[in-house]
Ligand binder design. Structure first.
Ligand code: TXA
Ligand code: MG
Length: 328
């Protein structure tokens, strides 16, 4: 069994990575489970540690835009505009890969997902390396994404050697994934950058899909409905039945307490209804409420605009997981 160490030592993280090992790294969205993105032996360890199917491709993380664009071909003008505006930041772009990118990163697809993350610790780490970091979110496959080093430890203790602690992730929700199909910009996963901001940048309407253009399969694991869910059954607050004893039920809401559920069982995402703060708090609320062992957790959707769309997307996926069960 590997002993997992948690620390702030960038050099130690670098040495593990140079040794073909995996290291959890902080990003502004969620923690990633990183390995040398050009080394198939190291990449294989990501899949093992996460128990992730090999068919699910990985995002490559770069220190800056020139190094990211250096690994892809056919870069459209829209991609250059988006990079200029949003990198470093929570945007991932799918572009045709150069041949030196291992097929294990892209699961054999012709496009590779690239991103320049915006976290000072990981940027310093990337600066010290001469390869990009392949990194999915640092959770076990099918579990909640981690937004603190402790969340990573909870799930991956003894499965990885090192967690580079960069504090709490300030965006709290995964990157927005975009691709470029026949001159259109298509969002494949809603995330940390909202559609309005993307449209303003390229001055054009954006399509949202959950299909992968390559093979018509759901694109991202994020698109698989059971993702992002706590293990406690989760229900929409609209399903609450006041006849049941609500003392052992939890509630996750935006800014208003539920009048029937005990106040101490409630987690509000943002007291003033700020959607950025709510996004940052969402997975933390899942982690905290899941640990309370309630009979069930009720959750409310937030306004369907800007980051609210990304938040609702994750809540709907989480709700889907308990859909087949009878509501309380
Ligand atoms: O914010 C984020 O994007 C975080 C941080 C760590 O960067 N990463 C992340 O990775 O969320 P992951 O693996 O949990 O989700 C990325 C999704 C995957 O579900 C994968 O299917 C999709 O991106 N993806 C990656 N490469 C792809 C490719 N070449 N073609 C299609 N989909 C791809
Ligand atoms: Mg993930």
């Amino acid at each position: 069994m590997i002993q997992t160490e948690v620390g702030k030592d960038i050099l130690k993280a670098k040495l593990h990575l140079a040794d073909s090992e995996v290291v959890a790294i902080p990003t502004e969205t969620v923690y990633g489970l990183a390995a040398n993105g050009l080394n198939s032996v190291a990449i294989a360890k990501i899949f093992t540690a996460k128990k992730r199917p090999l068919s699910n491709p990985l995002i490559l993380h770069y220190k800056d835009t020139p190094s990211a664009f250096n690994d892809v071909i056919k870069i459209p003008d829209a991609a250059r505009l988006l990079a200029q505006e949003f990198w470093p930041g929570p945007l991932t772009m799918l572009l045709p890969k150069k041949s030196h990118i291992p097929d294990s990163v892209t699961a054999g697809k012709h496009r590779v997902a690239i991103r320049v993350p915006n976290h000072p610790v990981t940027r310093a780490l990337l600066e010290s390396l001469d390869f990009p970091l392949a990194a999915p979110s640092a959770n076990l496959y099918g579990c909640i994404s981690p937004t603190t080093a402790n969340h990573v430890l909870d799930q991956l203790n003894n499965r990885i050697p090192y967690i580079l602690d960069g504090g709490k992730c300030n965006k709290g929700i995964e990157s927005t994934i975009v691709g470029f199909d026949d001159g259109e910009v298509v969002v494949y996963r809603l995330g940390g950058i909202d559609i309005e901001a993307l449209e303003n940048c390229i001055n054009k309407k954006i399509l949202v899909t959950n299909k992968n253009n390559d093979d018509n399969e759901p694109l991202a694991s994020g698109m698989v409905k059971h993702h992002y869910a706590p293990t406690t059954p989760l229900y929409s607050i609209l399903e609450k039945d006041n006849k049941i004893n609500l003392k052992n039920y939890g509630f996750i809401g935006l800014k208003n307490l539920d009048k029937d559920i005990p106040t101490e069982n409630q987690y509000l995402l943002s007291s003033n209804g700020d959607l950025k703060e709510a996004a940052q708090q969402l997975y933390a609320s899942f982690h905290v409420m899941d640990a309370k062992n309630y009979e069930a957790i009720f959750v409310e959707l937030v306004p369907e605009l800007e980051l609210g769309r990304s938040i609702n997307d994750r809540i709907r996926r989480a709700l889907q997981k308990t859909k087949h069960k009878k509501s309380p």
